[in-house]
Ligand binder design. Sequence first.
Ligand code: ADP
Ligand code: ADP
Ligand code: ZN
Ligand code: ZN
Length: 847
Amino acid sequence: VSPSTPSGFVRVRGAREHNLKNIDVDIPRDALVVFTGVSGSGKSSLAFGTLYAEAQRRYLESVSPYARRLFHQMAVPEVDSIEGLPPAVALQQQRGTPTTRSSVGSVTTLANLLRMLYSRAGDYPAGQSIVYAEGFSPNTPEGACPQCHGLGRTYEVTEQTMVPDPTLTIRERAIAAWPQAWGGQNQRDILVTLGFDVDTPWQDLPQKDRDWILFTDEQPVVPVYPGYSPQETQRALRRKEPPNYMGTFTGVKRHVLHTFATTQSPLMKKRALQYMLSTECPLCHGKRLRPESLTVTFAGLDIADMSRLPLKRVAELLRPFADGTAAGRKKQDAAHPEQTIVAQRIAEDLVARLGVLLDLGLGYLALERSTPTLSPGELQRLRLATQLYSNLFGVVYVLDEPSAGLHPSDTEALLKALASLKKAGNSLFVVEHNLDVIRQADWLVDVGPAAGEQGGEVLYSGPPAGLAAVDASQTRRYLFTAEGKLTPRQPREPKGWLRLQGVRRNNLTGLDVEFPLGVFTTVTGVSGSGKSSLVSQVLVEWVAAELGISNEELRIDAEEAEDAILNSSLSITNSPTEGRIVAGMEQIKRLVRVDQKPIGRTPRSNMATYTGLFDHVRKLFAATPAAKKRRYDAGRFSFNVAKGRCENCQGEGFVMVELLFLPSVYAPCPVCHGARYNAKTLEITYRDKNIAEVLGLTVDAAADFFDEEPTVLRALKVLREVGLGYLRLGQPATELSGGEAQRIKLATELQRAQRGNSLYVLDEPTTGLHPSDVEKLLVQLNGLVEAGNTVIVVEHDMRVVAGSDWVLDIGPGAGDEGGKVVAAGPPEAVAKVKESKTAPYLARFRG
Ligand code: ADP
Ligand code: ADP
Ligand code: ZN
Ligand code: ZN
């Protein structure tokens, strides 16, 4: 390929999105093009912010004038022209948790096909009439079990759940299910007015009274005299003394159910759920479908059982039907030849589609698995598989780090899938850091040389080999030279062991496992082998429980809690946890989990607020003579406080624009133009910059600006050390990638005083990081270990694994074929273990 054949190229002229420096670049179509460069250099700004955004804009232009008008003012990329751009499909990593409650079956559309198969070609009991495809979906009135409405569980509120400790009196809060603050007091005062005894232990009250308080549907409205004793209340009632107010009584059960059904607050919902006993639905036994639908079978299984099997097993069961070798259909075939043809057609289609999922290493998933329980990488691969069999051609697929979450052996399967999309006549634009993927590219676009202001230029655009000559490229160092190789180092000696016994969770069945303390451990294994179940779930929960940290405290924000609730009620198959920690806790004083969850979901949270840096900055502003004269305190300089913020946008700097049929978007506030503060606040300056201007500084620039302020400087220094010098202080949380969020959390942690004896747990911290950024991260993690802490990391990057002190390899395969400790020891030893799928890849890094 050469740029002299312009018909085969996408020609970008004058791209200036975010940090891009007015760049011109020609990118070939019908090729695997990989965008490389250090984090923050501008790869996504080019691939997603410019190319994909422009393709999207043109598409919208052709469909909806209404959407066009709205999108014009916000999503038009800063670029002079782009020629030769095909329609684009983005397969982006989900930032944060997906909000839709879908399943593997629904996102892949396989569920529809399976329902069709059961409806048209299933085995019906004699005399039963046909069930239409919708009748096999628990989400339709035709299919839902009439007893549990398709939930699979029934919820019950009992005296025990609402009054866990019956030795308490009502005044002592026997009724735990009541609201905690004023609301609970109000209900109690109403009971006093109604003449109930609130000072006798609950268990000694007449059953009739207890039942009425808990279960009544009556809602009497009565005078309330807060602060009066029962005697004073009765006296006041007799004298018809004017009450403080009239209060409405609500039965406790009614309150719990009402809260659960209507509250917008995830935490309230969670509280309500605490008082509800959930049991498997006695009619459908958790299968969520009406009895008629469950009598229909295929290959001997009802559709609910089929949906719970790993995809790999489903493919095995269907294959004989697809190739016409299924036994036992003879009699039926003779009677209904048309059914046989239908069964074969649908089975063929299903087997072909399942094949793509198996190739992508997803054979361990089941159709009924809900998407919020999947990792972003798994979800992206499911979407990719769906594209693979949708038979589109002439499209550009824009992908964001598709190798994230993939073991090197899974990455090989991914590369095959990308190759078949290309072969079908599509173009692939991929943002990637993984060297195995970069090596397979037909064309590289290397962006750099550094991040933010210091990046935004195309250092190289051409076939990979040519990058070897580009000195300014960081990617070149790792791709072609030995410079990026790790210097082998002697693994540290463990200072003790944290032993877990009888671990059961998901695919872990009674595992005994030990983690070394005081060293840097990496946990490896193919996707689906059980790493997250072991580390992010069991280890974190058990250690937290031992330390007396509640689940609530482990959660970072309310939305996350909501996801947890919905998952707990959705994932019926979630096996209970057993086992315990048997040794090592005496060496752990603190647990720190540094994950990739967003640090907030509105522009209201940002890096400066999250790290605590902003508190210091606000104090500096409050200490200026001008602020003192006007009596502005530090709170005045917070955009979350009414005094100082712009009232139009309530300090967000953006206003939300609701779009019909499309996700809502944020647009800059027309009053403060994004400054977030009111004019009076902005009059105060510190060293000639107002507070909004300071929030606009990058971390690097701020380090110069605050050079005389040691506290601020210390926070800025760590942020630079984790490679975030290019971020602006006020960069809203909504603009941060998962990797950036994780590094911000890490930096926040690092600037705390180091006490040692902390356990740090990280899940794939290298996601989104260029190899050169990975080096910086490793320096930080090793620093933590040197300070007397333990670091445990789930990781696929073999450079990181090779540089760790201890490797715990989980596997050997995924799902049922995994869940065992295949190898454990220093990297050198694990690299020699034959059964380990990690060993051959690790060996490449050791001598
Ligand atoms: P990469 O993909 O190479 O990691 P990005 O294209 O995401 O880099 O970012 C390039 C620069 O643009 C960074 O300085 C980043 O902070 C900035 N940036 C990214 N997204 C936005 C945004 N939505 N608004 C403003 N600046 C952004
Ligand atoms: P890894 O982290 O190694 O990719 P996981 O621990 O995520 O593996 O998954 C191990 C197995 O447990 C897989 O078969 C996966 O499908 C299953 N699994 C993981 N999380 C859940 C869940 N929330 N509900 C049901 N099954 C799960
Ligand atoms: Zn049911
Ligand atoms: Zn405003």
